[in-house]
Ligand binder design. Structure first.
Ligand code: PGA
Length: 256
């Protein structure tokens, strides 16, 4: 069985001091979930907090992974403002969010760029969390599956049809709106993603974790995570509160 993966995406929130306070609180109230070893938890603070958080995890001996919210595909050089895979590795990063819809929409990040980012992450030993998801109009038009297949095709030039990574299905209309997908819709989309992976890679599709993201809360997590093809969640707003994120991790644990 696939172990649930719960990822906290803080986006552009939390200073270093706030990040540290979150980590200490999560250790206090969520430590029990991590100790069960039944779920994997990863949190993705802004770049500025990564190094301190890495130290904090070691100091508190926490079984939680550190993720970044972005990565650049070059190893070094004249790329003002970008962060290389080696820089992330040095900060203890083991996951990276690639192609979040906010970056695709606000910063015109293309699927070709996203694919290069995933390739660079894998080469450095960092697991990409590849985000895909449709807009409201695609959803309303009943074209979600076609959209997802096209977006996966364009964003997955990096894939050798064998290597494990993580996919996050995040319908754009559900992100930050309080309007999460129904369990039925989330399951249908995640199943379509798995079938696409199976077509390309065969049985490795059963090992790849597919997360749902978009207005996940402690209140709706159990229902979403009980879906057979939903292997975890990518959580934005609700993950800013350590107690809410701990409850979401607990919900994943209880559904197994
Ligand atoms: P949300 O964000 O949980 O605040 O909807 C999810 C995400 O964008 O990853």
């Amino acid at each position: 069985m696939r172990k649930p993966l719960l990822a906290a995406n803080w986006k552009m929130n939390q200073t270093v001091a706030e990040s540290f306070a979150w980590l200490e609180e999560f250790d206090r109230i969520g430590g029990d979930v991590l100790e069960t070893d039944e779920v994997d938890a990863v949190f993705c603070p802004p770049f500025t907090a990564l190094y301190e958080m890495h130290q904090g995890i070691e100091q508190h001996k926490m079984d939680i992974e550190l993720g970044a919210q972005d990565i650049f595909w070059q190893e070094a050089g004249a790329f003002t403002g970008e962060i290389s895979p080696a820089m992330l590795k040095e900060c203890g990063v083991s996951y990276v969010i690639c192609g979040h819809s906010e970056r695709r929409q606000l910063l015109q990040e293309s699927s070709a760029m996203v694919s290069k980012k995933c390739a660079a992450a894998l080469k450095a030993g960092i697991t990409p969390i590849l985000c895909v998801g449709e807009s409201q109009s695609v959803h309303d038009g009943g074209l979600t599956q076609q959209w997802l297949e096209a977006q996966l095709y364009e964003s997955m030039g990096f894939w050798d049809n064998e290597t494990e990574f993580v996919v996050a299905y995040e319908p754009i209309w559900a992100i930050g709106t309080g309007n999460a997908a129904t369990a039925e819709d989330a399951e249908a989309a995640c199943l379509a993603i798995r079938e696409y992976l199976r077509e390309r890679g065969g049985d490795v599709a059963d090992k790849i974790r597919i997360l749902y993201g978009g207005s996940v809360t402690a209140a709706n997590a159990a229902e979403l995570l009980a879906c057979p093809n939903v292997d975890g969640a990518l959580v934005g707003g609700a993950s800013l509160k350590a107690d809410a994120f701990a409850d979401i991790c607990r919900a994943a644990f209880k559904t197994r």
